[in-house]
Write a new protein. Structure first.
Length: 438
């Protein structure tokens, strides 16, 4: 078993029925079995340096994709055989490894008391077996939140730095946090009811689509999500699919606790003075971290620019993720104006984000998945230093929150402009100026 790509948690759970407990157990077993599939993908990534065959140029892949568009599908492995570039569907390539996962999911589907959940489990199993991912993604968005939460569909991710296309195998299994889910949906209704003026409205995909939101206490993470450890994840990422089916986003309480303990608190202690630290409790920072992630994810709904991936290419993810964080902070500003959050909560968000960014920068060499966020955080901090919102003296950071919020507006404008209509060259110049990780 590849324990490297499995994280198990033991959170305090609400009381589950016998049936729910039995289903949960099967789902955890199914989820663990995804780790070896992801391990195969990681192996390919390491051996080839990309998710494409070694020694094959971007141009050649684009050429071949004209004949066979499935080469750029999120769900195919690209190989070179007899000097031809071919695409093999995931469900065929990994059929052997996926079989036991499918069996467990079908077993869970047969025993669960919830008919709707049963149908959804069956569709996830079918997607793994036959490649019908869209059907499963759509079902997941449309299925009402249930006490158990599971997602074993491959998700698109940033490791495909060449085309930003391929999906990674992963599984999460958890139990719904009812209170957290309610809080999140109250943010959502505020955020989504505020119609936002766009910089370039015609460039933005603006179809109002359903967004399903939930907060869970995870029991298991496997594959890609165990490696990336996102506190919030929005799926699908593909703009066309979002426009067609909507999206769903999940907040992971246990990963947030882990992030707080391993990244945010140690860095917080290191970079801020004792007097400054006294102003924030651990609970402030825990909630600050959850809140900035939640608003970051909600902000993504406003940042679907049609040509952004094409224009910015390999630099897209840096700009896109930073834009979401900044817009999230501005949305928090709107929540403050409406008395939905207070000053301390707004400040805690920024402090948690800065502490995490500094930590990501420190470990960016060994954690390549997070490099885009590390660069984004570096841009944020350097921009704040330049504007005078942050000052550094003897390794200690001094923050002026009033100035930070003014600067956030400026930076957000620049970054969203790059996203809406910038060229790769413009993005590169900007990243070189502010995003150098020393
Ligand atoms: Zn994001």
């Amino acid at each position: 078993m590849d324990s490297q790509y499995i994280i198990q948690f033991n959170p305090k759970l609400p009381k589950l029925s016998k049936n729910e407990q039995a289903v949960l157990k099967l789902l955890v077993e199914a989820g663990k079995l995804i780790a070896p599939v992801f391990a195969e993908q990681e192996k390919q990534l390491k051996e080839n340096g990309s998710l494409y065959p070694k020694g094959v140029s971007e141009k050649e892949i684009n050429q071949a994709a004209k004949q066979d568009p499935t080469i750029l599908s999120p769900y195919t492995v690209v190989e070179k055989t007899n000097s031809r570039i071919v695409a093999i569907p995931y469900h065929i390539k990994y059929a052997q490894l996926l079989k036991p996962v499918v069996e467990k999911l079908n077993q869970a589907s047969r025993i669960t008391d919830s008919r709707e959940f049963s149908r959804f489990l069956r569709l996830q199993a079918k997607a793994l077996l036959e490649g019908t991912y869209e059907e499963a993604i759509n079902a997941s968005i449309k299925t009402k939140t249930y006490i158990l939460d599971v997602y074993i569909i491959p998700v698109e991710h940033n490791d495909d730095a060449v085309f930003f296309a391929k999906a990674a195998y992963q599984a999460w299994v958890g139990v719904l946090d009812t209170e957290g889910t309610q809080r999140l949906s109250s943010y959502k209704s505020t955020v989504l009811s505020v119609s936002r003026r766009s910089l370039l409205p015609h460039e933005r995909i603006d179809s109002p689509h359903p967004v399903k939101t939930k907060t869970i206490d995870e029991v298991l993470l496997a594959g890609f999500v165990a490696k990336s450890k996102f506190v919030g994840l929005i799926v699908p990422m593909n703009f066309a699919l979002v426009a067609k089916y909507g999206s769903e986003f999940t907040i992971f309480n246990q990963v947030n606790n882990l992030r707080l303990k391993e990244q945010i608190l140690p860095t917080f202690k290191k970079i801020f003075s004792p007097a400054f630290r006294k102003e924030f409790t651990i609970e402030d920072l825990r909630r600050g971290s959850l809140r900035y992630v939640a608003l970051h994810e909600l902000a993504h709904n406003y940042l679907y620019y049609k040509n952004a991936t094409q224009n910015l290419q390999d630099l897209f993810a840096v700009i896109y993720e930073l834009a979401a964080t900044l817009l999230g902070m501005r949305i928090a500003g709107s929540l403050l104006l409406q008395d939905k959050i207070n000053n301390k909560q707004l400040e805690s968000m920024v402090v948690a984000f800065m502490a995490r960014s500094v930590d990501l920068t420190r470990q960016s060499e060994k954690n390549s998945t997070m490099i885009n966020y590390a660069i984004g955080g570096t841009i944020f901090i350097n921009f704040m230093l330049e504007s005078g919102a942050l000052k550094q003296k003897g390794g200690i950071t001094i923050a002026n929150f009033m100035k930070i919020f003014v600067s956030v507006h400026e930076l957000s404008y620049i970054v969203e402009h790059l996203l809406a209509s910038g060229t790769r060259q413009e993005a590169e110049t900007f990243i070189n100026k502010y995003g150098q990780i020393s």
